[in-house]
Design a protein around this ligand. Sequence first.
Ligand code: FPP
Ligand code: MG
Length: 454
Amino acid sequence: MQGPTMVRGVSRLRMSTFSRATTTTCSTCLRSTAPLDSRIAHSRAPFHTGRRDSSAWAAAVSVAGNIVNNAITRATRGDMPSVDPLRIVAKEMKFLTGNIRKLLGSGHPSLDRAAKYYTQAEGKHVRPLIVLLMSRATSLCPKAPQRQQATLQASMGIDSSISPLSVLSDFNPSATAVAPEAETNDHPDILPSQRRLAEITELIHTASLLHDDVIDHSESRRGSPSANLEFGNKMAVLAGDFLLGRASVALARLRHAEVIELLATVIANLVEGEFMQLKNTARDERNPQWSEETLTYYLQKTYLKTASLISKSCRAAALLGGSDAATVDAAYAYGKNLGLAFQLVDDMLDYTRSEQELGKPAGADLELGLATAPLLFAWKTMPELGALVGRKFEKEGDVVRARDLVAQSDGIEQTRALAEDYAQKAVDAIAPFPDSEAKDGLIEMAVKTLKRKK
Ligand code: FPP
Ligand code: MG
């Protein structure tokens, strides 16, 4: 595989700058002068073990304030030529929604409608886009000979049941005789199993949104009334369950145990992340003091809620392609860091954008009692925020006061800086991949994650 200095065009320019940026010693960082990546790599890994170790995250957070002029920042200012990630996998993306709808048919008309409801409005489809780009980018990477059998098996019969249909009793009127993949075989470097994985990631994500909108009492999603408003809470929850069921069936039909384990774990992670979010701090105290543990808790929750799906589906894409261990790990690291950056930006936009701009309620996090990154950074220098966090901004005037204090602090800037740091680490992770448009597309996704306005 090629190193960072051998990548071409846009990537070469960016990658060489990225490499320098991550190895530069940070003069004001009090914790360590080692590159951030190596500090995280050598620390205990809370994401894998579930242990709540703060050291790696404290390091990440301390670096955030010091990143002022890195390559990602410059790229987001728009003076670098960019590729369009969507164009690179346009054919697959064009069929995505149709294929997803084919997986969701029910003989019960109301269930059919509720299950397909969020496929009507144009979603961003970030997760499937990343899976497809990762599939293409890793197709050029070294293969693990021992994985070839599983790879072959995964791509055969993704539409064939394992048990007899008479036993399954799961009639799907939307399933067609023609396999969806027959429509989209333009890129032989994207396997049918990887296309199906892209659809599964969107199904799991959409199921989580159906449930999330019930939990958050949301009234709009993607510029339209949310499913809970349209169908009521009961049907919205059941529709989400149905999506998970059909996603699980599609997953089983990949016939790849490791990939099944990864994606099934994502579902558990999403629920655990959502449970963590019910509290702002691990001890859920009434009058908490700011500590690094608070940020660790927030970042662990963020991994479970957002980065788990992106990272594990990137890993699964590499596995389905028969990639070697180093490539599989790199794909995972890319997804994990991109996922963390993605959620940090999301949490920042909640403070900086209007409802009209977002297509969903703005400022919702404080209203829901959630203390996210901008507020956690502000709290460090404004201890009075502790009482508000403890009572989940419930008292009259709390939300406005918290918003004002965040605005007076550098919480937004710190959040952006931390997001930039993660985006840069995502790009660094795939540096060893050989040159390709798909790799450029993955790099651009990291840039777009920071640039996005909704
Ligand atoms: C959006 O968060 C929500 C998620 C990313 C995950 C929600 C997970 C669950 C509800 C657990 C159940 C999971 C499954 C798979 C059924 P947000 O509220 O910050 O974003 P929003 O502003 O788009 O609503
Ligand atoms: Mg929500």
